[in-house]
Design a protein around this ligand. Structure first.
Ligand SMILES: *Cc1c(COP(=O)(O)O)cnc(C)c1O
Length: 471
């Protein structure tokens, strides 16, 4: 074949002898010629640089994608994760050869237990939703050990969409708890729905509306009094870390999204880490393996009533390295300060967007939801049109049409890493978009205009995926 022939000419023959025969695909037994593009290095470099400019990331500009916590990820975390001693180890290496890696997992576990107010941790979760699934399996095992088969999981309106999905995956029946007038859990409805068949209530706090659930103590008491457990979806911990600990407010199981709160780049579906933290009475059910230490050496151990293995190995180790580097760099003070700044930034932007982008009154947490319903009723410009117009202004669109309880919703989460100047620029761009929408509503339907693709068919993009490449 051509490529190999060229190799032979340019390199000493002893190196290429092994390669001079056509490559045979072992499984199919047929011979193929590799169709490699014949391009120069500079052409390849320019091709990929051009491709990279068609994407948008946190390093390019403001990225207020609600619920996703797209904060800036310090590059030093990447350097830490790329250290040879971490990067080049194998998951099956003997424990004595990877003491540093185990020590890191142990140390990170101690920090996260402190931050969440819990007693034991597993790093098996590969992302937030996986952490939820693991937490629910633990809850199921706990009830089963007590001879109970509780079937229901209570999920409030304000929960993240993954909560009911995870509950169904874990074999539970999902029971929706309606919200009250101030968007919290309706306590009367909760009292009615809470019975001895409830395995747990899953609470997202702050809620998907960016509000702190005020009645936690009452909710905890109601669920616990019927023998149910309290599950805390901690994916929004960025708003409260260092300020409130879920374990102190009655929660028994907490999952965290390290990729959101503790700074790992996580666009496009990965990588993530969804560790699960539990109170002492649940530690025997954690997935296998957990890291233990006698203070000198570190090793893997199997919790006695473990729900088993839920991941090929131990979760996404490089994400753990980044999270640990981030936590150590910030320290207790810095952790609290980033939560406070995230909340301050969200409130600042929320206020600046008034009155064109109306949101719920009062103070929000790390994110807020505006409704474009009035504008839509006025001239047909939708939340989607506004989001698309933002792309032309160099801002990543916010989360759209979520939560479902708000019509024409746009959910902004600026995060603590945006400066005041950046927030002011976002606010200014939003005002411009609004006046453009009033002036020429039909022009809003063809935005964005500055991208390679303007409005892809979103249904086809999701339903007719093409995942193979035909040579
Ligand atoms: C992002 C998020 C999840 C899901 O996390 P993944 O890592 O995407 O699986 C769950 N709950 C809340 C509140 C979230 O914001």
């Amino acid at each position: 074949m051509k490529l190999l022939f060229e190799l032979e000419k340019s390199r000493p023959s002893e190196y290429v002898n092994a390669f001079t025969e056509d490559v045979a695909l072992p499984d199919f037994g047929k011979k193929i010629e590799l169709e490699l593009p014949e391009l120069s290095e500079v052409e390849v470099a320019r091709h990929y640089s051009a491709l990279s400019r068609t994407a948008f990331g946190v390093d390019d500009g403001a990225y207020p994608l609600g619920s996703c916590t797209m904060k800036y990820n310090p590059k030093i975390n990447e350097a830490a994760a790329a250290l040879e001693g971490f990067r080049d180890i194998h998951p099956l290496a003997p424990e004595k050869d990877v003491q540093g890696a185990l020590k890191l997992m142990y140390g990170l576990g101690e920090a996260l237990k402190e931050i969440t107010g819990t007693d034991a941790i597993s790093f098996a979760g590969a992302a937030g939703a996986h952490g939820e699934y693991i937490g629910l399996r633990i809850i199921k095992a706990y009830h089963a050990a007590r001879g109970e088969t509780r079937r229901k999981i209570l999920v409030p309106d304000s929960a993240h969409g993954t909560n009911p999905a995870s509950a169904a995956m874990a074999g539970f029946e999902v029971v929706n708890v309606p919200g009250d007038d101030s968007y919290g859990v309706d306590l009367d409805a909760l009292a009615r729905l809470c019975d001895e068949d409830v395995a747990a209530l899953m609470l997202t706090n702050p809620t998907t509306l960016g509000l702190f659930e005020k009645n936690i103590a009452k909710i905890a008491e109601t669920v616990h009094s019927k023998g149910g457990l309290l599950y805390y979806d901690g994916a929004n911990l960025n708003a409260v870390m260092g300020v409130v600990r879920p374990g102190d407010t009655g929660f028994d199981v907490v999952h965290l999204n390290l990729h959101k709160t503790f700074s790992t780049p996580h666009g496009g579906g990965g990588p993530g880490a969804g560790p699960v933290c539990v109170k002492a009475f649940l530690k025997d059910y954690l997935p296998y393996p957990v890291v233990v230490s006698d203070g000198k050496t570190y090793k893997f151990a199997a919790p006695p009533e473990s729900i088993g293995k839920v991941n090929a190995f131990y979760g996404n180790f490089s994400v753990l390295v980044k999270a640990y580097a981030y936590i150590l760099a910030l320290g207790a003070e810095g952790i609290r300060q980033s939560a406070e700044t995230a909340v301050l930034n969200a409130n600042y932007l929320k206020k600046k967007l008034q009155p064109e982008y109306p949101s719920a009154e009062g103070v929000c947490m790390h994110e807020f939801v505006v409704s474009m319903e009035k504008l839509k009723n006025l001239n047909g410009v939708t939340a989607l049109d506004i989001a698309k117009a933002m792309i032309d202004k160099g801002i990543h669109p916010p989360t759209m049409y979520f939560p479902l309880t708000v019509h024409e919703a746009l959910m902004f989460e600026p995060t603590e890493t945006e400066s005041k100047a950046s927030l002011d620029a976002v606010a200014e761009a939003m005002k411009q978009i609004y006046s453009e929408a009033l002036k020429d509503p039909s022009a809003m339907k063809t935005k964005p205009e500055t991208t390679v693709v303007s409005r892809p068919d979103e249904v086809a993009a999701a339903k007719a995926l093409k995942l193979t490449y035909d040579l």
